[in-house]
Structures are given as C-alpha cells and as structure tokens.
Design a protein around this ligand. Structure first.
Ligand code: NAD
Length: 444
C-alpha cells in the first residue's frame, strides 16, 4: 500500500471521509473544538492519501479517563470536581501533555488538545506522543491550599495512567511549576520513592530544567523571527499585540521587546491595554506582579480583548484561550504575521478565511509556534532520566535549532504541496506519527 504524501485527493480521501463520518457519529468527544480538530486532521490525512485505518486511529484518542475529585474546601464543605486525562497517540514515545485548570475544561476539549500534542511532538521531531489533562474548575476561586488538595487528589485518581516512562504531565493554563511539584510529590509518595521525571515544568530545585518556564513564550518569539526572515521583514520597531499575559504571553512579550519590537497591546481575562508608542514590558511586569492584572496600568489606554485582536499591527499573538478567532474576526484581522501562542485559537470557519487570506496574513500555527514548551519539557525529561543537567546556553541553542528546523520543514511541505502553513505543519506532524505507526505495525 502506498503511504506517501501526495498533493491531490485520491480514492483514499473518499474512504477516509467515510470513516470519519462514522467516527463523528460517536458522542464521547462531542465539542466544537474536537469536531473542528478532527475534521482538519481528517482532511489533511486524506490529502496525504494515508491508509484509512491509520486515519481512523488518528481521529480518536487511544484512551481517556474521567475522574471525580472530592476536595475539602477551606470553609469545611466538600466540593466534587471533574478531571480528565486523555492519551491520544504514543507511537513515537511516551505520552506527553499539559494539565489545564479552567472552568470550561471538558472531555472534548482535552481530547482535541491531546490530538494536537501528538502532531506537535511530530512537528518538533521529538520522541514523545500526545496527551492532555485538565480539571473543570476556575483556579482563581481556589485558595492555594484548596488547589494543592485538588491537585493531590487528581494525581491519585490518574495515578495508574501516568509515569516517567508512560505519560508525563506538564503545566498548561491555570497550572504552573508549583502545581507540578505537588503532582510529583503525590506520585512519589504513592510509589514509595522519588520519581522526578513523572512531570516536567517542575521547580529547578526538584529537577526542573533551566529555560522551561520561558520556553513556550521565547519559542513563539523565535518562530516569529523565523517567519519575519522568511518574509523579508525586519523586526525592530515593528508592532506586536498579545492576547493573554500569563506564562506564554508575558515571556513572548519580554523576548519580542528585547528583539526591538514595539509591544503595543497586551491583555488578560479582565481586558486589555494599549499604547501605540510601545509598552515598557519590564515596568508592566512589575505592575502585574503587584496588582495581579494588566488592568489599571497607568501608561496606556484600555481596550477589549476583541479590539486587541483587530488592531492594525505587524504581529498578532493570541496566547490565552482557544476559539477566539472565528470567521468574523479572521475577516477583519489587520496583522501581517499571526503566531499562535495559544492552542487552537482559530476556529474551523476562521481557518477557512485565513487560508483565503494567506497572501496577506502569514500564519505560524499552534503546533509550530508554541512547540517550545514541549521541546524544553523533553529536555527536562531527558536530563532527569540521566540525572545530568545542562546549562541555559545549551538548552536555548538546542531549542532554537529544533524550532528553526521545524519551521524550515513546514515551509518545505508548504511549497511542495502548495498548501497553507497550518496544513503544512499538520502534514509534517501526521506524516511522522503515521510513519511510526506503520513501522510498529498492528498489535496483536
Ligand atoms: P496562563 O494561565 O499562564 O495564562 C493565561 C492568560 O490568559 C492569563 O493572562 C489570563 O488572564 C488570560 N485569559 C484567560 N481567560 C481569558 C479570556 N477569556 N480572554 C482573554 N484572556 C484570558 O496560561 P499559559 O500557560 O500562558 O497558556 C496560554 C495558552 O498557551 C493556552 O492556550 C495554552 O494551552 C497554551 N500553551 C501553553 C504552554 C505552556 O508551556 N504554558 C505550552 C503550549 C501552549
């Protein structure tokens, strides 16, 4: 059977579409984000003339676990919260993926994110599979003690699913190094010995890697630089707007401003701020460290999250939630480069518009733009298994080299198959995952 990548549709595409229709009639993963992601993967795989059996397997996670976590709140009441761990594909290596705490987390979202992780690891060329986890809770409503109790209970509930050789969680929205320390401690207590490599994104004094905290944001900045070079754009003094000023957004802002760009607007869940002359990012970071939000920052005007997306700017970085760029927003975007710090910031309808507008707007898709996080997580995992740690220069040099190679490879796919950047990146990821599946064969 021919598994090579071909640009034109073939009977394989038709077969794949049939499989997918059957698949989509199952309700387990029902959510718009999952349907959109699966449909895109299906279209891309079919255009590659992949074996329909492989496509069918890629369109559904290998395993999904739903748990309920009863937690004693500070006021004495017990609250039950629902959590998930979804493992999409481990053909290339152990499952890997972040854990999200957010009030909208659901099985469909976590499953879609796990699927993107498989292909992100494929794009980066690292020997890991795709997974994702999460708990449906607004972490801002929890005290630190409540968050710790919830994390420990969730860890016990997913204990048999995770492990240093099987499935390695990391931080995502609403979780951080402290959360990973609690998870690692709980796992280690249950196993009776310390297992640092069960998570990445840990604090440095527990075997975390230098450069991990900033890796995703810095990686986003690096892919923007690669895109600018590809387009012949000089970055100094060019304007950038960033939605979300958490881990990814704030480190991207730091790096881009150190590269001479003007960060003219940033936002968080409370809304955005705007200064057309450029924000002083170091000053803003100090303000946010005290106030907990960009809101009220004195050296800027205010604007809404949607207004931020529509600013006339050279580079736009969505670095918060998924699904913020629908067809209506995509039609009105005024940026030259769209670099997706967030996972899934563009809906399927938004993507259709962006494909039409690809000569105006160069998209660096999520599986490429934010891959820096999982790349340095991979470094952390390798360093932990060897108990031998690298310095920051080695880490950043390796990170940027891998991202640059991934960017170049995506451009090669884009040119070879006359397609858009998102499809090219997915093709690369799917190609690498499916090659591993075919090489391993079907068990039993
Ligand atoms: P975070 O929790 O550190 O920050 C999230 C930011 O988004 C905060 O500023 C928050 O106020 C803002 N936000 C939340 N809801 C919002 C809303 N409705 N409108 C506007 N802003 C809102 O999370 P993070 O780790 O920076 O993750 C951000 C995105 O990047 C997510 O999509 C995540 O999946 C993706 N990502 C993160 C990593 C990582 O290493 N942390 C890696 C890859 C991708």
């Amino acid at each position: 059977m021919d598994h090579s990548i071909r640009p034109e549709s073939t009977p394989g595409e038709v077969r794949a579409a049939d499989n997918d229709r059957r698949y989509r009639s199952s309700l387990e993963w029902e959510s718009k984000f999952f349907r959109d992601t699966a449909a895109l993967v299906e279209r891309t795989s079919a255009a590659m003339n992949l074996d329909p059996n492989i496509i069918q397997r890629l369109l559904t996670p290998q395993r999904a676990l739903v748990v309920s976590c009863p937690v004693r709140m500070d006021n004495g009441a017990v609250r039950n919260m629902i959590g998930y761990r979804v493992q999409h594909n481990n053909a290339r290596g152990p499952f890997k993926g972040g854990i999200r705490y957010h009030e909208d987390v659901n099985l469909g979202e976590v499953s879609a994110l796990s699927m993107l992780m498989s292909f992100k690891c494929g794009v980066a060329g690292i020997p890991l599979g795709g997974a994702k986890g999460g708990i449906r809770v607004d972490p801002r409503q929890l005290s630190s003690q409540e968050k710790q109790r919830l994390t420990r209970r969730y860890t016990v509930e997913i204990l048999d699913f995770i492990g240093a050789e099987s499935d390695i969680p990391a931080p995502d929205m609403g979780t951080d190094a402290e959360t990973m320390a609690w998870l690692m401690d709980t796992y280690s207590e249950m196993k009776g010995h310390t297992v640092p490599s069960v998570v990445t994104g840990k604090p440095l004094n527990l075997g975390g890697s230098k450069g991990r905290t900033e890796a995703t944001g810095f990686g986003v900045a690096h892919t923007i630089a690669a895109a600018a070079e590809h387009l012949g754009i000089e970055l100094p003094n060019k304007r950038v707007a960033i939605q979300g000023f958490g881990n990814v957004g704030s480190y991207a802002a730091r790096k881009l401003s150190s590269m001479g760009m003007k960060v003219i607007s940033v936002s968080d869940v409370n809304g955005g701020i705007h200064n057309p002359d450029g924000l002083d990012i170091n000053h803003l970071l100090k303000y946010v460290a005290i106030r907990g939000s960009v809101q009220g920052y004195p050296r800027a005007d205010t604007l809404s999250n949607e207004e931020l997306l529509l600013l006339d700017t050279d580079v736009l970085v969505p670095a918060a939630l998924g699904g913020v760029i629908d067809a209506h927003v995509a039609q009105r975007l005024k940026c030259r480069i769209l670099a997706e710090g967030a996972n899934g910031p563009v809906t399927a309808e938004g993507n259709d518009v962006l494909v039409q507008r690809q000569d105006d707007i160069f998209v660096v898709p999520d599986v490429l733009a934010n891959a820096g996080g999982v790349i340095v997580s991979y470094f952390e995992w390798v360093q932990g298994l060897q108990s031998f740690f690298w310095n920051l220069e080695e880490i950043n040099e390796r990170l940027f080299r891998i991202l640059q190679e991934a960017f170049n490879e995506c451009i090669n796919f884009k040119n070879k198959f006359h397609t858009d950047m998102r499809s090219a990146a997915l093709m690369l990821g799917i190609h690498r995952v499916s090659e591993a599946m075919l090489a391993r064969g079907l068990f039993p």
